[in-house]
Write a protein that binds this ligand. Structure first.
Ligand SMILES: [Zn+2]
Length: 225
């Protein structure tokens, strides 16, 4: 039996690495300074590097079932996603946080239909989508709307993280809600002012998060990047 994964590991070192060696070695010498924390669903069809054209050192990525953000509770539990957010914001000082959901998301479907009885952690995890669920049968349209609502819900939860809120309000961090439509190769961007998702082709920016821009007393709008 051929070990396809082993073949790929060997090809990475022999074919890909030599052409990018300097970049990797610079990243080791100078450390990583990614500007973006990418929180994406674990779905294999969502490929952050392809969507963003990013290379090594550009994205700090945390992925989980559904691209969910647990509510900040200040606890000391083994919360991988929470730990990644804290590290990215406090230590790496990222300038953007992207939450990327997608069409045909199995997590959102499972939030309606339930998970296997034995999957105790998964069942608990899927409750993070509860507030996004609609009181209807999960039709394709309802699923799509729920997938988008879930992205916005996670952005709202991010604002519950003290270090996130602080930096957003200081204009040092922006939040970006993305909805990737796999079958169209299209990323839709949440527009907080319109309250909906716009195709990247028509969106004025890649997202600002669900917070109101800070308006000075003279009417000047700050932090509206
Ligand atoms: Zn998914």
């Amino acid at each position: 039996m051929t070990d396809d994964l082993l073949d790929r590991l060997r090809r990475f070192q022999s074919d890909y690495f030599p052409a990018h060696q300097q970049r990797f070695q610079d990243l080791v010498a100078q450390g990583q300074h990614p500007k973006t924390l990418f929180i994406g669903c674990s779905d294999s069809r969502l490929v952050p590097y392809l969507l963003t054209g990013a290379g090594p050192g550009e994205l700090f990525i945390v992925r989980n079932v559904g691209a969910f953000v647990p509510p900040y509770d200040g606890s000391h539990g083994l919360h991988g996603t929470m730990a990644a957010i804290e590290f990215a914001v406090l230590s790496l000082e990222v300038e953007r946080i992207v939450v990327c959901g997608h069409s045909h998301c199995g997590a959102i479907r499972a939030a309606y239909e339930g998970a296997p009885e034995e999957a105790v952690a998964l069942k608990a995890w899927l409750k993070l989508a509860d507030e996004a669920l609609l009181p209807v049968q999960p039709s394709p349209e309802a699923l799509r709307r729920t997938e988008q609502r879930a992205v916005v819900l996670q952005l709202e939860r991010l604002m519950g993280y003290p270090m996130v809120r602080r930096r957003v309000e200081a204009g040092k961090l922006t939040l970006h809600g993305w909805y990737y439509v796999i079958e169209h190769g299209e990323v839709q961007v949440f527009d907080v002012h319109k309250g909906g998702f716009l195709a990247a082709a028509h969106a004025p920016n890649s997202g600002t998060g669900p917070y109101l821009p800070y308006v000075e007393h003279d009417g000047q709008v700050l932090c509206d990047s």
